[in-house]
Design a protein around this ligand. Structure first.
Ligand code: HEC
Ligand code: CA
Length: 462
């Protein structure tokens, strides 16, 4: 039975509604023994080190459903639905994360500006501190200048002499809600052809959708613009969230475009729609003939994978030939996914998160044919920005993934081997919401942050 039916309450969409229901379940059923914050009362603390972390999810789920008769906890399978049970596991993870933050020192620069991590000590350098507004996507030009795409719709260049004025004549974006200028990529042969790709929320009347163009910067002016990806007008939506939208080229010159579900979860499963998908195109916007759904009646031929919620991080691993993406979950359940041709990543049918507006999910362990994430973050970090370690600056970080988080205010380093996370650490924490993470040609890592808006460099310590 689904949560909405069990509780029989009127649910309104929005974070507070879902949060309150779980909170109530906790207070009414669990807090007497486990404490209102999970700190323990008649039972031990749930904030103990040995029970922290997602690897205990299934054990927790089973403990609640089946009880722990030897320890004095009853089974709740008659009282709680599967979804309610899962929502309580998410709630416990949130309590644990709050406790961890209170007791664990954050990975922040010390007074001299250095941060110690497992393999490397790095220096935290503020590169751009003034004059930028909501930096959302970064890219290095071959001449060493840093291109900064700002969400309100401006593009600036930064070098040793400072920050430029906005490039003129860049496309007009809808800067509303989560929309704006959101992604940038350079053509693999940029040095020869000058092409720069931008993705942004584009409006038709009062409806919006993600659009991709390419152009060149000539005399500080956006020139030669061509539309690379655009949805049919009837598929534009009045919603203002979940545009995606990262742009990445692979090693064969294909362009990948990540678009979020635009706040319409079911659309992610509808292959004729652009939203909730990762698309694959030739550099000129034409559709490759070997895309997975080119022969499917009604499907959008550019679709490469689907069932995505809001992918805001994407990177291609040139050594391994793998495309990686991070996406926002609902409440919990942010994902790191290895993107496969034609893959269905499950949203909104399955998720490790729980939905704010209580749309029923299967529990993460239900039988299903969707591709599971390699890792999930519960509670959510609000995954945004994804980079890959390469270059000389940090030799031990070669091939590692660097995932940014908005709400999590974090850059997490992840090492994946044979589909498993073998190392994971927060290398930067609580220095602002992380909008993008990229690796510079020399291997140092650049991060776009807010509070205040700035760009920082994680540089090798001498
Ligand atoms: C009557 C007291 C009692 C109540 C009520 C109770 N528990 Fe427990 N619970 C325990 C005890 C005792 C353990 C065994 C661990 C320990 O000794 O603290 C336990 C273990 C667990 C565990 C396994 C983690 C661990 O520390 O081993 C989870 C998860 C859990 N409880 C969740 C819940 C949730 C969720 C509820 C409410 C739906 C709940 N419990 C209600 C007493 C209780
Ligand atoms: Ca998924």
């Amino acid at each position: 039975m689904f949560l909405s039916i069990t509780l029989g309450l009127v649910w309104t969409a929005g974070p507070s509604a879902g949060a309150q229901q779980v909170q109530r379940l906790w207070v009414e059923n669990c807090a007497s023994c486990h404490g209102d914050q999970g700190q323990g009362a008649n039972a031990r603390s749930l904030l103990r080190d040995e029970v922290m972390g997602a690897e205990h999810d299934l054990a927790f789920y089973k403990a609640i459903r089946e009880g722990l008769p030897d320890d004095g906890m009853d089974a709740y399978d008659d009282v709680l639905s599967e979804e309610e049970t899962w929502s309580l596991v998410v709630h416990i993870r949130e309590l644990q994360e709050r406790a961890r933050r209170e007791r664990e020192p954050a990975s922040r620069p010390n007074d001299d500006g250095y941060v110690e991590t497992t393999h490397h000590r790095y220096r935290f350098e503020r590169v751009v501190t003034e004059g930028i507004e909501i930096p959302w996507a970064l890219a290095f030009l071959p001449d060493g200048r840093l291109l900064i795409a700002e969400r309100p719709g401006t593009v600036r260049l930064h070098d040793d002499s400072g920050l430029s004025e906005p490039v003129e004549d860049t496309p007009e974006v809808v800067h509303a809600g989560q929309g704006g200028l959101l992604g940038v990529a350079l053509h693999p042969e940029h040095e020869a052809n000058g092409w720069i790709y931008l993705s942004y929320s584009h409006g038709q009347g009062d409806r919006m959708m993600t659009r991709v163009v390419r152009g060149r910067i000539e005399d500080h002016r956006w020139a030669d613009q061509e539309v690379i990806f655009e949805a049919p007008e009837e598929l534009y939506l009045p919603t203002r969230q979940h545009y995606g939208c990262r742009l990445v080229f692979d090693d064969e010159g294909y362009l990948f475009i990540a678009i979020g579900d635009r706040g319409r979860p079911d659309h992610a499963q509808e292959r004729y729609r652009p939203n909730g998908k990762i698309h694959r195109l030739h550099d000129d916007g034409s559709v490759p003939s070997d895309n997975p759904f080119v022969d499917e009646h009604d499907a959008m031929a550019s679709v490469w994978s689907y069932g995505h919620r809001n992918p805001q991080g994407m990177v291609f691993d040139h050594d391994a030939g793998e495309l990686w993406s991070t996406e926002h979950g609902p409440r919990g359940g942010d994902e790191l996914n290895l993107i496969e041709r034609g893959g269905n990543y499950g949203w909104p049918r399955v998720s490790h998160g729980i939905n704010y507006n209580n749309t029923p999910f299967q529990t993460p362990w239900s039988e299903h044919d969707y591709i599971d994430p390699v890792k999930h973050w519960t509670p959510s970090i609000a995954a945004c920005g994804l980079a890959l370690g390469h270059g000389e600056a940090f030799p031990e970080w070669q091939g590692d993934l660097f995932a940014g988080g908005l709400a999590g205010q974090v850059v997490e380093r992840l090492r994946v081997r044979d589909g498993e996370i073998v190392e994971r650490e927060r290398i930067l924490e609580r220095m602002g919401r992380v909008r993008d993470v990229i690796t510079a040609p020399d291997g140092s890592i650049y991060v776009a942050l807010n509070d205040p808006h700035h760009v920082v460099r994680l540089a090798p310590a001498e």
